[in-house]
Design a protein around this ligand. Structure first.
Ligand SMILES: Nc1ncnc2c1ncn2[C@@H]1O[C@H](COP(=O)(O)OP(=O)(O)O)[C@@H](O)[C@H]1O
Ligand SMILES: Cc1ncc(COP(=O)(O)O)c(N)n1
Length: 277
């Protein structure tokens, strides 16, 4: 069984972070393990607080899983501080794990900040150069290229500038743009490749970025080449947004099991029989 590691923060609401990552990995039939960097108190309305896990315990978690399991791919999400990024980079290098997908999480969709400002430089200088693919959203791409959030700039310019930071591929996500199409752009240093899907008219997009990056890591582990891995992930995230999980009062999460007969919210056709005692 292919094994994939997520190194990210916990979302108590279950829609983003580690929880979204493990659900996505399960949906693609790979084995998911997790190293938790921070614990957030979070729901569909926002992030009410968070604490980071100590550097020592992050390092111990990494040693535990990397010395035992055999990962075909890994992803990073919320890393919170420069110190955590540094230990993550050291361990990835020490254990020589390939297929690193970096989702440079900075701000939750609710607007709450999940990354210390000085850690942006550490992401650029230490993490991005060892990544196979980075998956910034529009705002993250602007911050990483030293732009203001309000600045008008094309996905093409952002992708080509980010590629210079040393990763193999850049996927700039256009989820926060307006228009009928949700367009993401991949750049390999030579060609631009577009991944487009219908834009779903909803505010229930909590966890979309975490889910997409985990789907890409899962598909790389399954040995799909990068374009095919992204194509499959884009299809998956579009279906997951469409199906949605109406669980809370704010911006609800996507439905990671949209293709299952017994998808979340519809157990009517489930083959699972529970014994009542
Ligand atoms: N309303 C939407 N309809 C369809 N696809 C969307 C929608 N919102 C986001 N996406 C897609 O979800 C993925 C995650 O993108 P985005 O929401 O920009 O990332 P993040 O969660 O990091 O902000 C991308 O493939 C993006 O195009
Ligand atoms: C622990 C954690 N990690 C990442 C995100 C970003 O996800 P989103 O941008 O979809 O809210 C989040 N809200 N919480």
């Amino acid at each position: 069984m292919k094994q994939v590691l997520t190194i990210a923060g916990s979302d108590s609401g279950g829609g983003a972070g580690i929880q979204a990552d493990l659900k996505t990995m399960t949906a693609f039939g790979v084995y998911g393990a997790s190293v938790i960097t921070a614990v957030t108190a979070q729901n569909t309305l926002g992030v009410q607080g968070f604490e980071t896990v100590s550097i020592d315990l992050v390092a111990k978690q990494l040693d535990s899983v990397l010395s035992d399991l055999k990962f075909s791919a890994l992803k990073t999400g919320m890393l919170a501080t420069s110190e955590i990024i540094e230990v993550v980079v050291d361990k990835i290098k020490e254990y020589q794990v390939d297929n690193l997908v970096v989702d440079p999480v900075m701000v939750a969709s609710s607007g709450d900040i999940l990354l210390a400002e000085e850690a942006i430089t550490t992401i650029k200088e230490e993490l991005i150069p060892i990544a196979k693919v980075i998956t910034p959203n529009l705002n993250e791409a602007k911050v990483l290229t030293g732009r203001g959030i309000e600045e008008e700039v094309s996905l093409e310019i952002l992708a080509s500038e980010l590629h210079k930071l040393g990763c193999e591929y850049v996927l700039v996500k256009g989820g926060h743009q307006s228009g009928e199409i949700a367009r993401d752009l991949l750049y390999d240093g030579v060609d631009f490749i577009e991944f487009s899907a219908e834009r779903i008219d909803t505010k229930d997009t909590h966890g979309t970025g975490c889910t997409l990056s985990s789907a890409i890591a899962s598909n790389l582990a399954l040995e799909y080449e990068i374009k095919e891995a992204i194509q499959r992930s884009k299809k998956y995230i579009t279906e997951a947004i469409k199906a949605g999980c109406k669980v809370g009062q704010g911006n609800n999460p996507v439905n990671h099991f949209a293709d299952r007969k017994n998808s979340i919210g519809d157990f009517s056709s489930s083959s699972l029989k529970l014994n009542s005692t």
